[in-house]
Design a protein around this ligand. Structure first.
Ligand code: ATP
Ligand code: MG
Length: 478
């Protein structure tokens, strides 16, 4: 295999950087993720350039020649960054790092290329391509990253124990790359992660979750979670998920392992959707099974109310993990709360009103709820899976039919508060809300069709019951 990748470094950033450093007789290299992804033929959105010397100066000059106006300088870190078209380009001076016990912030000195490669997390992330005209595109690979890349192995350049203890975030990165690239973590590294898992406590939860979310967004997220679990990294930041693990047998009655079930559901959802929050709903859908678990001598293990308790645990977990507490959290909470509802509709005779209620509660998230619910059908028994899937199809059909007929989704009250106020000459008051709620109930229950004329008739009936006097006849187009 050739050692020169010049023909791949066609981007103007490389050309310009090469011109500058060659004129000044400096050394600079493309390094890290970009080189790894180039060799793997994966697309890459960020370029890291390491300079032996001052990264800020090179960034400034490159930006000028490329006519890039905005450059961000991080003097404390000795780095500079700009955007060029769709790429993020970062410049850094080569450095040597030494660590203290209590922090992931190292002491930094200027260093050589090899010093800089030594501080990198994995051999596959430590490869450099020279930018100097004399050897433009030459691969500098002191730890044989190319071989690890072809074998699919994650290995640290230096002693793994020191590497992970120095910066424990690297353990999360190891798992993330293993999951993203479908690579194996080399044996000594895996042991070192296990031994250093508790050191994760010096890493901020934001950084941990950044990596965790990247794992969740992988094609097969279970790969990452199995590693997080077996190395005990998961125990450090997500004990509720760890609690899902294990089976109990009493009097010959066994329940399924909810950890592995959850991972199956997560992988199933991942096949259908890239929505991070839908994937989170899969992770949390059974999170309250451990605290609700009971053995019923007649029917076996039960988890009554786990969907409701799980929904209530969701904001607490999101808060602790510093995940967004806005509509994204509300969405996850809602899906966790409703995850049993579609399949419950299979049992017995399904009434239209039960379907209308579900449509009204799920609103625009009904498709995602159905994706989750379908993903939740896991069993070793193929016959059971087939039967459940068939039932699921039935519910889908039913939902479609009822929605077409009654348009419950995004429920718009057919009688507005304004119309009620005008009809009875009322100021805003609680009564208006309760009249609207009764009309909605009647529609969901199927007592009246979801049509304005029927809703107005019902409003007049309720008004009469309440002893309200009509001062203005309601009209349909109000
Ligand atoms: P991606 O961009 O896909 O997340 P990446 O490997 O490019 O992957 P970045 O966070 O962009 O990751 O980092 C760029 C490079 O910096 C890495 O390839 C690696 O060489 C180095 N690096 C990043 N974080 C660490 C770390 N915690 N310890 C050691 N080296 C690191
Ligand atoms: Mg990168």
């Amino acid at each position: 295999m050739s050692n020169n990748y010049a023909s791949f470094l066609t981007h103007p950033v490389f050309k310009v950087a090469s011109q500058i450093i060659t004129e000044k007789n400096l050394e600079a290299y493309v390094i890290g993720g970009y080189v790894r992804d180039l060799l793997l033929e994966r697309p890459s959105k960020d370029i890291d350039i390491v300079v032996i010397g001052n990264g800020l100066d090179l960034a400034k000059e490159c930006a000028e020649r490329l006519r890039v106006k905005k450059v961000s300088f991080f003097h404390n870190f000795g780095t500079a960054q700009f955007k060029y078209k769709d790429l993020d380009v970062e410049f850094v001076g080569a450095r040597k790092e030494s660590y203290r016990q209590d922090s992931r912030k190292p002491l930094i000195e200027n260093g050589t290329l090899i010093d800089d490669q030594n501080r990198r997390d994995f051999t596959i992330n430590a490869m450099g391509l020279s930018l100097h005209a004399s050897n433009f595109g030459e691969l500098i690979d002191p730890f044989n990253g190319v071989e690890d890349l072809s074998k699919g192995i994650l290995r640290t350049p230096l002693d793994p124990n020191t590497t992970y203890s120095d910066d424990p975030l690297r353990m999360m990165r190891a798992v993330r790359f293993a999951a993203q690239l479908d690579f194996k973590i080399e044996g000594e590294s895996l042991q070192a992660i296990y031994d250093n898992a508790a050191r994760l406590d010096i890493i901020s939860v934001e950084r941990i979750m950044d990596e965790c979310n990247k794992i969740i967004l992988c094609a097969e997220p279970s790969r990452g979670f199995k590693l997080l679990f077996s190395t005990k990294l998961l125990h450090q930041f997500f004990p509720e998920m760890v609690d899902l693990h294990g089976v109990e047998t009493i009097d010959g009655k066994t329940h399924k392992d909810n950890f592995f079930h959850t991972l199956e559901v997560l992988d199933n959802v991942a096949k259908e959707s890239d929505n991070l929050w839908l994937r989170w709903a899969a992770i949390l859908h059974d999170i309250a099974k451990p605290p609700t678990k009971k053995l019923d001598r007649e029917i076996g293990w039960t988890f009554h109310g786990h969907e409701e308790l799980g929904a209530r645990m969701t904001p607490k977990i999101f808060k602790r993990l510093k995940l967004p507490l806005d509509h994204k959290m509300k969405y996850v909470e809602k899906l966790v709360r409703l995850h049993l509802r579609p399949i419950a509709l299979v049992k017995g005779s399904v009434s239209d009103s039960a379907i209308r209620r579900l449509l009204s509660e799920a609103d625009d998230d009904i498709e995602d709820l159905m994706t989750l619910c379908n993903a939740d059908i896991t069993s070793k028994n193929e016959f059971k899976v087939k039967k459940y899937k068939k039932n699921f199809e039935m519910v889908m059909e039913k939902l479609k039919a009822v929605e077409e007929k009654d348009r419950i989704r995004n429920f718009q009250a057919p009688v507005s508060g304004e119309l009620i106020m005008q009809t009875y000459n009322l100021a805003p008051c609680a009564e208006i809300g309760s009249i609207k709620a009764r009309i909605k109930e009647a529609i969901l229950e199927g007592e009246i069709p979801n049509e304005p004329a029927n809703a107005i008739a019902l409003m007049l009936k309720i008004g009469e019951e309440l002893g309200l006097k009509v001062v203005k006849e309601p009209t349909l187009n109000k």
